[in-house]
Design a protein around this ligand. Structure first.
Ligand code: ARG
Length: 460
């Protein structure tokens, strides 16, 4: 068994249960690349500052790169008794090159290694999540362009409200995912600070150059306070908050597609390759993929609350509690990565039953507001128009008729201002086409917004 690097003042070896309880290598092995990149930057700076010799740095860097290669290829046994990725790598370095390897940890602590790895890992995943979100925004924009002329029912309270363009609906989700991208990029500024040099908590007596490691690791600046540098996990909390908002958006579109796939709606269909069956009911084709996206929301919200609670009441500076931040971070990026990949797959395979959408777009008296607006144009105050149309609807309900079934005579009896041109107002096409100001649902405005999204996607 390997000995930890910290127990020379101990009279007893570590209790076996404690070793298991204490470890996090089963979670943080995914940080090996970040940990080695951090060590290479640190040791390069040590040599430049003449704290160690250049040939020592060269040997350490070369060996660290070999270790990285070997970890990647499963050739390094990561040991639970060495607790975490930081001590596993350092021990392996010392095992390979002896005394020179023992110089790597000069002027640094595992505490700043932990903080560093978490920041580099978060930064890397902000980049890949933004890319996935951008792909989704692009797909939605493309669908919006294709379907701007297609009309579907728009809902409020999940009751038929007013007809809308299917393209407009697509861009509503594109708007949410665009904000998600913007939030992640904003959060990156606070992630991108260099904690290296905080050492255990107070800094170090060695003449280190924190600006140099900042530059080598592409950080924007060094963290300005060493106590905060090693103990701050706000950047993860912030990142997980944004991830929670994203997964909430994912759950909304998933829920809608699930409902729209029900034959009662029949608006949306997925190919068999994206459906799953039942072990007892031979006829079933289920949207598990959408349900899983919806269901995984719980994990991401849970991870956010996990970290918030782990960090609550922790005194300065580092406490072992903080080790518990690693798992929810790793789980969140893995979960979100999969959910976004799933949605990408769905959006590139989904079929919209546009004729069914069109046929049902007029249901539930969905052009009622258009009639009220028609009367406003005859110089009747809106509140009175609302009342008049209410009476028209009441008549329809009583007679079991649709709006366009009413005769001009019947309509005129309710209000004398109504004329033959009312029948034009009753079409869902007109209803959509005439909502033609910025942000509204007319095909023309949807096209304007499609172009806004196209140029957003180019600029990110
Ligand atoms: N395994 C710990 C973690 O990942 C390392 C903490 C190092 N500091 C300490 N004093 N134990 O958070």
């Amino acid at each position: 068994k390997s000995k930890p690097l910290w127990n020379s003042c101990f009279q007893q070896s570590t209790n076996e249960f404690l070793q298991q309880f204490n470890e996090c290598i089963t979670v943080d092995e995914v940080f090996y690349h970040e940990d080695i990149a951090g060590s290479i930057a640190h040791v390069s700076m040590l040599a430049e500052c003449k704290i160690i010799e250049t040939h020592e740095k060269d040997l350490i860097v070369k060996t660290l790169k070999e270790i990285e290669y070997d970890i990647e290829h499963g050739k390094v046994e990561l040991k639970v008794e060495l607790e975490d990725i930081h001590m596993n790598i350092e021990s392996e370095l010392i095992r390979r090159i002896g005394n020179v390897g023992r110089k790597l940890h000069t002027g640094r602590s595992r505490n700043d290694q932990v903080a560093l790895d978490l920041r580099l890992f978060t930064r890397k995943h902000i980049k890949s999540l933004v890319q996935l979100l951008l792909d989704i925004v692009k797909q939605l924009t493309k669908l919006a362009h294709q379907h701007k002329q297609d009309i579907m029912p728009g809902f409020t309270h999940f009751q038929f409200a007013q007809p809308i363009s299917l393209g407009h609906y697509m861009l509503a989700y594109a708007s949410m995912f665009r904000r998600d991208i913007e939030r992640l990029l904003d959060c990156r500024k606070r992630v991108n600070e260099n904690p290296l040099g905080s050492a255990a908590l107070a800094g170090t007596t060695h003449p280190i150059d924190r600006y140099r490691t900042t530059q080598l690791l592409n950080f924007d600046s060094p963290c300005g306070n060493s106590l905060d540098g090693i103990s701050d996990r706000d950047f993860i909390i912030e990142f997980l908050s944004h991830c929670s908002i994203t997964v909430m958006h994912l759950s909304r579109i998933s829920e809608e597609f699930i409902i729209f796939m029900n034959p009662r709606f029949d608006y949306v269909a997925l190919p068999d390759s994206l459906l799953t069956g039942s072990s007892i009911m031979p006829q079933k084709k289920n949207p598990d993929i959408l349900e899983l996206i919806r269901g995984k929301t719980g994990r991401v919200y849970g991870n956010l609350f996990n970290i918030l609670t782990v960090m609550k009441s922790q005194p300065l500076a580092y406490n072992k509690d903080s080790q518990e931040c690693k798992q929810p971070l790793v789980d969140t990026v893995e979960t979100l990565d999969m959910c976004l990949t799933a949605l990408k797959l769905i959006l590139s395979n989904v079929q919209f039953n546009t004729s069914q959408m069109y046929t049902t777009a007029g249901q539930g008296f969905s052009v009622a507001t258009d009639i009220a607006d028609y009367l406003v144009k005859k110089d009747i105050p809106f509140r009175s128009c609302h009342e008049i149309v209410g009476k028209i609807i009441k008549l329809c309900i009583q007679e079991g008729k649709k709006l366009h079934h009413l005769s001009l005579e019947e309509l005129k009896q309710i209000d004398a201002h109504i004329e033959e041109d009312i029948y034009q107002v009753l079409s869902v096409d007109k209803s959509v086409e005439q909502k033609d100001h910025v942000g509204a649902t007319s095909p023309r405005q949807v096209q304007v917004q499609v172009e806004v999204f196209e140029s957003f996607a180019k600029d990110v």
